[in-house]
Design a protein around this ligand. Structure first.
Ligand SMILES: *[C@@H]1O[C@H](CO)[C@@H](O)[C@H](O)[C@H]1NC(C)=O
Length: 492
């Protein structure tokens, strides 16, 4: 089975007896990644926890993929520093797929199944040829398989399908059959597209014309299970689907789990293709980025239910004093679809403004934004080190412009206690995030400059609509600068 590929010789040379994962050095690396069939390389550090968690899955996947001539290797970046930096590795583990020496980022999961499925797709052409001989095997070759059946002369369908497959090859396995026997076995009249899947009803046929749009909607609607458990493993599938995501939060140890999930299934079925439904193990939430909290649910009242609109970044928790049963969930989802439920926005109470900078909270966000003033906001988290470091500068900035409060607001927004309202149109991903909105404009500009007082002042003066330098502000200005300069001096 191990035939000619040059890379395989390299694999045989470096793999230890007990492992199918090759250990690469800067000398063995080039030959290993040169092969025609794709190879997967993990760049790791021995102390890295995520690398350790990946290791057993990686080993298992390597053994399975060996049969498909897909080579799996790892590089210890604490030893091969030169190789790792030449590959642009700046975090662990970094996984890259190589084909003929060309790298692309691995975007699959870090579990055995996910690695195997991802790499198998990489090894195949975007669309595999399906005949009666391999039809049965191909249908079950992955969790979701899409097969187009077309007459040999129907180049239009074949072209549409191939173009779609080129774009989504990482997500689904694609096959095309022009073989009359395979078409008969599938029981379809060409042109047809069938999805074979390892869950729910197992098979779906695309109705209507085969176009790029219809393929996209068909794949999106049917490729996720009706009501699966969501985990870090499959989260990306749901995020990419882009549909609102409805969660049942329930501990997997809850004796009523099956009952609760079953009760919600008819609601999921009714909204299939419009809302995805999942359940999440409420006992494991801490591992899953405090998900309940981020949906504004209070622990530990389980089961709980919430809908997240992934595209609009909004959330709709069901009142936790209500039961999670069929009727309650059905009514809630119906109201959600009708637009009758307001997004939940977490907010602190508006404080007395006795700090040098304006303390902005979610409840007042829209009002403050609507004022005809220039507005500079720091979105911060109390635990963030860079934010703490910025605080004296930010306070000085607030003091400096204290006398032009009717023209410019220098504000801070604790993004751990307040949700940035969807009306803002942006999401805060890192701290601190500094945004500016000029008076009379509705457009937010990201401040990308350095976090020195001078740069911030320069930015404001260049970008503010209002005249923010009133004659009597000169004194405050000097004070501000003196303070910061002496502060710097102390540090030196
Ligand atoms: C004014 O804002 C723009 C972004 O719109 C930015 O590129 C520019 O650097 C700002 N000006 C100054 C002097 O900081």
């Amino acid at each position: 089975m191990r035939t000619t590929a040059f890379a395989l010789a390299a694999l045989a040379a470096v793999a230890s007896a007990s492992s199918d994962v090759a250990d690469l050095t800067k000398d063995s690396f080039p030959a290993f990644v040169q092969g025609d069939s794709p190879s997967l390389v993990e760049f790791f550090a021995p102390w890295c926890g995520h690398c350790k968690a990946l290791a057993p899955h990686y080993e298992e996947a390597a053994t399975i993929l060996k049969k498909d001539k897909i080579n799996i290797a790892k590089v210890d970046c604490t030893v091969e520093t030169e190789l790792c930096s030449s590959q642009g590795v700046n975090g662990y583990p970094t996984l890259k797929v190589f084909r003929k020496g060309v790298a692309s980022d691995y975007s699959g999961t870090r579990k055995t199944d996910g690695i195997v499925s991802y790499m198998k797709k990489q090894a195949l052409p975007a669309v595999s040829e399906v005949t009666a001989a391999n039809h049965d095997e191909f249908k079950t070759a992955d969790k979701v398989v899409l097969v187009a059946y077309a007459d040999a002369s129907d180049s239009k369908t074949q072209k549409t399908f191939k173009e779609f497959a080129d774009v989504y090859r990482d997500d689904y396995l694609f096959g095309l059959s022009t073989d009359a026997a395979a078409i008969a076995a599938a029981g379809v009249t060409p042109p047809a597209v069938v999805m074979y899947k390892s869950f729910d009803e197992g098979r779906n046929e695309l109705e209507g014309d085969i176009t790029d749009d219809s393929l996209f909607l068909f794949a999106k609607e049917h490729s996720v299970p009706l009501l699966d458990e969501i985990s870090p493993d499959n989260f990306a599938t749901y995020a990419e689907a882009g549909l609102p995501l409805a969660y049942i939060f329930i501990p997997s140890t809850d004796a009523k789990r099956d009952e609760v999930v079953k009760a919600v299934e008819p609601v999921a079925r009714e909204h299939k293709g419009k809302i995805n439904f999942v359940w999440i193990d409420a006992n494991k939430i801490s591992q899953f980025a405090d998900h309940a909290k981020s949906l504004n649910l209070q622990e530990p009242t389980w089961p709980a239910f919430a809908i997240q609109n992934i595209q609009e970044m909004t959330k709709y928790p069901l009142d936790q004093s209500k039961p999670v049963d069929h009727d309650t969930v059905a009514a809630f989802v119906k109201d959600f679809v009708a637009g009758n439920i307001k997004a939940s926005i977490k907010s602190q109470k508006a404080p007395a403004q006795d700090e040098p900078v304006f303390v902005l909270v979610a409840d007042e966000f829209d009002d403050v934004v609507a004022e005809d003033k220039d507005l500079l906001v720091e979105f911060y988290a109390p635990w963030c080190g860079h934010c703490k470091k910025l605080k004296p500068t930010w306070d000085t900035l607030g003091e400096r412009y204290a006398n032009v409060k009717s023209k410019l607001t220098v504000a801070k927004f604790d993004a751990t206690e307040n949700d940035v309202p969807p009306s803002a149109g942006f999401r805060v991903a890192g701290f601190p995030t500094i945004k500016f909105k000029a008076a009379g404009s509705s457009e937010w500009i990201s401040y990308e400059g350095d976090r020195s007082l001078d740069s911030l002042v320069e930015f404001l003066e260049a970008n503010a609509t209002n005249d923010i330098n009133e004659p009597d502000s000169v004194e405050a200005e000097l004070d501000g600068e003196t303070e910061v300069k002496s502060g710097r001096h102390d540090e030196l």
